[in-house]
Structure formats: C-alpha cells, structure tokens
Design a protein around this ligand. Structure first.
Ligand code: GLU
Length: 321
C-alpha cells in the first residue's frame, strides 16, 4: 500500500505550498534475480515513473526477489505494490489453483500489462550428454529456488512427465544468480530458468564453461501446452548463445506486470501512462523487451482483471474499447 508521510508532515507541506513533495508516495516493484530480465525490466519501469515525479509525486523502487510466486504473495500481503509474474503464476494465484490452493484465490490480484515471452530454458554441461529434457533423468539438476516461477513450472513439468525429484541423481534449489557457477563448478549437470532472451543469466551459463541449450519437446509437453491456455510452444533462436547454433524448441509463458486492487487507481494509472507514453525508450532499455507490441501488452497472458487505473489509461489511449 501507499506509505504516505505522517498526517502532520503532509499538513505542514500543504501549509508551505509543497503538496506534491510532502505527499510523495512510495511504491515497490518485486522482480527476480539480478541476472534475470525482471530486475532490469522493473528498473526500467521505475526509471520512467520517477522521471515524472514532480508531476505525480510517486517514488518507485525496485527489489530483487525470489521471483514470480514470491512477488504475488508479497503483493497479496501488502508488502509490495507491484511485481512481475509469469502468466501461469498470475492465473494460479487469481484462481487459487496449483501451489496457491492452500491460500485460496487472490481475488484482489490485478493485471497491469504483459511484457516479454519467457521460454522454459534448460541449459546442460556439454560433457553431460544431455540434449533433450528426457536425458535429465538420473542427472544432477538445479530445479529452482522455492518462490521462483521456474520452480513452479518445473513442478508442473515433473508431474506431466510422471517423474518426481527422485528421478534425478541429485537436486538443488539454487537461485538463478548462483546456478550458472554451480554448473560450471561441476556441482550440477543442468539448470532450468523461465526467462526472457537474451538474458544475462543464460549468457553467463553459456560463456563461463562449455554448455548447451536443451530441447523440451515431447508428447507430454505438447499435451500440457494443448491443455493449458497460458502455455505455448516457444523457440530460442540458434546462435543467440555460445554452444547452441540450432534453434531450440521448448514451451513457455509470458512475463506480466501485476498489482492489487488495494493500490489506488491513480497510482496504477500513472505507472501505466509512464510506460506506454515512453514505450520506445522502455523497449530500448533491455534487448528482451525489444519486440513488445502495445496491442498485445494490454491483453496477452492476462487472466486477472485489469487494474482500473491501467484500464482507464488504455481506454484513453484507444488501446482497448
Ligand atoms: N520467470 C522467473 C520467475 O518467475 C524470473 C525471470 C527473470 O527474473 O527474468 O521467477
């Protein structure tokens, strides 16, 4: 929620005619690991919001977090106002399904807009002999930190494959910023990361030692994509990363920007406006954001209702009817 200064200070500010400053409202955006795309994307959002602070009095800050699941939970508890979350996590949180069954539906979850595609990305040591997802059986795999989107997606994939963690020789739960090094130190054979491309994390994993990207494409995955609307097949272009010259086929989700109905209409409006009025600058701030299309951003992968403030901006801008 907004963290206004004390009433006394606000009143003093008003008396001095500095209403905007005295009423500065702080908002925090939950992102992910610093080598992912959420963190720089959140930074780009805050940069554009803060640029207009004199007009709206919003002070935006970005936090590195455990990822999607952590972010929606922190928005629900009021600890964060905004966050980035995978489209499957947005869906499950709003509906109280999958890992959110215990907590129940988060009915106050609100979609702001969608961001970049996030293929489920598996990288393996070149000397491990792993080239497909099925080859992970019997290997040492980093299955993702609890709270991350990749961990949640990995759990779904394991279930779809009829596997459990016992199908691996060993599992670890390192966060994204630590997993590349663990693989290059030969402590794990493969890592998973649901992330936009290109990303610093996958660049690190493919340059710090000899590794390959792995295809995640089999009957079980195709059935999963068929059955669940928030998944789609995805391609990671060959040549994007060292060691992988062929296109990689996998499945993926979309990254989305979310908030809650406890965040005011005005704040959601101003944040949305800051991005859409400066979209060229926003998309230039990270290569994974380069292909964003405003007409897709207002609907793709959004299963929670639009925040009323975002909706107001989209209507004014003619992006929705
Ligand atoms: N998709 C990941 C997650 O939900 C984060 C990816 C990133 O940080 O770019 O946790």
């Amino acid at each position: 929620m907004n963290k206004p200064l004390t009433a006394g200070l606000v009143a003093a500010g008003m008396m001095m005619g500095t209403t905007a400053l005295a009423q500065d409202t702080f908002i925090s955006i939950g992102t992910g690991g610093v080598t992912g795309v959420y963190y720089p994307a959140g930074g780009a959002i805050c940069r554009l919001v803060n640029r207009d602070r004199a007009e709206h009095g919003i002070r935006c800050g970005v936090e590195s977090t455990g990822g999607s699941v952590f972010n929606v939970n922190a928005i629900r508890s009021g600890e964060l106002e905004f966050g980035v979350a995978q489209s499957d996590i947005q869906y499950h949180s709003f509906n109280g399904s999958q890992q959110f069954e215990g907590d129940g539906a988060f009915e106050g979850l609100r979609a702001i807009f969608s961001l970049h595609p996030e293929p489920f990305t598996v990288v393996a040591r070149a000397d491990s002999g792993i080239t497909t997802f099925e080859d992970l059986r019997g290997k040492r795999v980093n299955i993702g930190n609890p709270g991350s989107g990749q961990r949640a997606t990995m759990d779904v994939v394991l279930e779809a494959m009829g596997w459990t963690v016992d199908d691996f020789a060993q599992t670890s739960e390192l966060p994204p910023a630590e997993q590349s090094l663990a693989m290059c130190d030969n402590n794990v054979d493969a890592i998973v990361y649901t992330v936009g491309h290109p990303s610093g994390a996958i660049q690190e994993a493919t340059t710090a030692c000899d590794t390959v990207l792995v295809n995640v494409d089999n009957d079980e995955i195709r059935a999963l994509v068929e059955e669940r609307g928030y998944y789609r097949m995805a391609t990671i272009p060959g040549g994007m990363y060292r060691g992988t010259s062929e296109d990689i086929t996998t499945f993926g989700v979309g990254a989305t920007f979310v908030s809650s109905d406890a965040v005011s209409d005005e704040i959601a409006y101003q944040v949305t406006r800051a991005i859409f009025e400066n979209l060229d600058q926003f998309t230039a701030l990270h290569p994974a954001l380069a292909n964003l299309d405003p007409s897709e951003m207002v609907s793709d992968g959004l299963s929670a209702p639009l925040h009323s403030g975002a909706e107001r901006y989209f209507r004014e801008a003619g992006l929705i009817e």
